[in-house]
Design a protein. Structure first.
Length: 503
């Protein structure tokens, strides 16, 4: 362990706990490239301690009243609201996104906390009386036990809040394994939960890499796993956790398309394309990374996108004038750049090349500018792969039908959008497109908290989307109770080996 940088340890049993593995990883400031923090990497013993803490807490939390759970969540919501800026500053320091974007992330996470505060309605059961003579049938939902969340670097506050508020509101206890690249926001959240009165052990945080993840996937006391990340890892999470008897929701990668029809408002479409492609430096699973231009609009649309992209100010996330910050690591920056430098050889027209960007005074930061590729063939790597950076591909088609066929041929099906003034075309698109989330003149159709988030095809592994009603169902299991109380006047029924009568 070094002493010249801050150390982030685990949160187990309501307090910070040093890891026993002795392994640490570096956390950098993406704007400077400097290592500012070291984070403890959990081994098997650390994960086991967190799960044991959660299991012990479940003995009382799982049977606690809904009134107690929601009262704590209301207090947590107030604390979270009061600490928005502090959490956003931690996100900017370790992820690199601009402060306003980090604040937006916290706000979207708060939506799910709001939903969890009102969980009483979603957990209501059902009752049918007199299904047979003096027989009633009721349906109830009960918590699972210890559940785990494995979350990505791009939203270190929001994505965990897509999971744990509903999980603990439903009566489960939670073990979070956040990204090791930006771990501090999760620790601040843990402190606020404790301040709100959450009992020790209900929420735990273990940091680390594949060793920590794999232990959670195989641990016999973990009942369910939620994951958001890339498709290859989502597939691994789903396969491994399912093989170990766990319920799994694993949200994977994306290649989100935006179809622009000839009747669209091209200024609005260009604004949307730039915002959705380059916001948060393109490090969003809901980013628009492919614009499909139909017919004659392509030339004008590309020109409008180029004009807007050239005016975006890139700089440190804590500079109020910055509109886009750096990428998370130098290695990721180099990988993103390789898609642009290799694009021309694969038949793309490079309209903007942002790979040479430098920011004065921050020369060692993980910088890359905005790149725009036109006339991109579907065989190009820049189109096939999820780049997760500020690279926008434009593909040209002649007809609506050709555009939809191209989009549906993608192995991903996370989010998509159409820009048009034609209500009939928009309605047809909603029904024909093979994706889980659809925007009509909305470029990033992330559902509000009381609807569920999730894709199709290689963008989702498992049966449940995240948050909303699907989230409540994922973190609970149903039970049906059939009851008969004999009336004092009943005569003995006698033995009957047939099916129970319901009439």
């Amino acid at each position: 362990m070094t002493t010249d940088v801050k150390t982030v340890n685990h949160w187990i049993g309501g307090k910070t706990v040093e890891g026993v593995s002795g392994n640490y990883g570096p956390v950098t400031d993406p704007a400077t490239g400097a290592v500012t923090t070291q984070v403890a990497f959990a081994g098997v013993d650390d994960v086991d301690a967190a799960v044991a803490s959660a299991k012990a807490a479940y003995a009382t939390w799982g049977t606690s009243s809904l009134a107690k759970r929601t009262a704590i969540l209301f207090k947590f919501r107030a604390l979270l609201d009061a600490n928005r800026d502090a959490i956003a500053e931690l996100i900017t320091a370790e992820h690199g996104k601009v402060h306003s974007d980090a604040l937006g992330e916290v706000a979207r996470g708060l939506e799910i906390v709001d939903l969890a505060c009102g969980i009483t309605v979603q957990l209501k059961g059902e009752l049918s009386t007199e299904v047979a003579s003096r027989v009633d049938v009721s349906s109830i939902r009960q918590p699972l036990g210890v559940v785990a969340g494995i979350t990505p670097f791009n939203f270190p506050a929001m994505v965990p809040m897509w999971m744990f508020p509903l999980a603990i509101a439903c009566g489960n206890t939670f073990v979070l394994k956040p990204s090791e690249k930006d771990p501090s926001a999760s620790m601040k959240i843990a402190e606020l939960l404790s301040e709100a009165g959450l009992p020790d052990g209900v929420f735990n945080v273990v940091h680390g890499d594949k060793a920590a993840v794999d232990r959670l996937l195989e641990h016999p006391d973990v009942s369910a796993v939620s994951f958001v990340g890339s498709t290859p890892i989502a597939r691994h999470i789903h396969t491994t956790a399912s093989a170990n008897g766990k319920r799994v929701q694993a949200l994977g990668g994306a290649k989100n398309h935006m179809l622009v029809l000839p009747d669209a408002d091209l200024d609005a479409a260009a604004d949307a394309a730039v915002s959705a492609a380059y916001g948060s430096a393109g490090e969003r699973c809901m980013a628009i990374s492919a614009v499909v231009a139909v017919g004659s609009v392509a030339d004008e649309l590309v020109a409008k996108i180029k004009d807007r992209a050239e005016k975006i100010k890139i700089g440190p996330g804590n500079d109020p004038t910055s509109e886009m910050g750096p990428l998370i690591t130098a290695a990721h920056r180099d990988k993103v750049a390789s898609y642009v430098t290799g694009a021309a050889a694969e038949g793309c027209e490079v309209v903007l090349d942002g790979t040479g960007l430098r920011v004065e005074g921050h020369e060692d930061g993980h910088w890359i500018g905005l790149s725009l590729l036109d006339r991109v063939p579907t065989t190009a790597k820049a189109y096939r792969d999820e780049i997760f950076g500020p690279v926008l591909c434009v593909l040209r088609v002649d007809t609506y039908e050709e555009g939809v066929a191209l989009m549906n041929a993608s192995p991903f099906g996370n989010g998509t959008a159409i820009f048009t003034r034609d209500g009939g075309a928009a309605r047809r698109f909603q029904l024909e497109i093979e994706a889980g989330m659809v925007g009509v003149n909305v470029p990033i159709p992330v559902p509000v908290g009381y609807h569920s988030f999730g894709g199709w095809k290689d963008s989702l592994f498992g049966d449940h989307h995240i948050y909303g009603n699907d989230g409540t169902h994922f973190y609970t299991r149903g039970k049906v109770v059939t009851t008969r109380w004999p009336d004092p006047s009943d005569a003995p029924a006698g033995v009957d080996l047939g099916f129970p009568r319901n009439h």
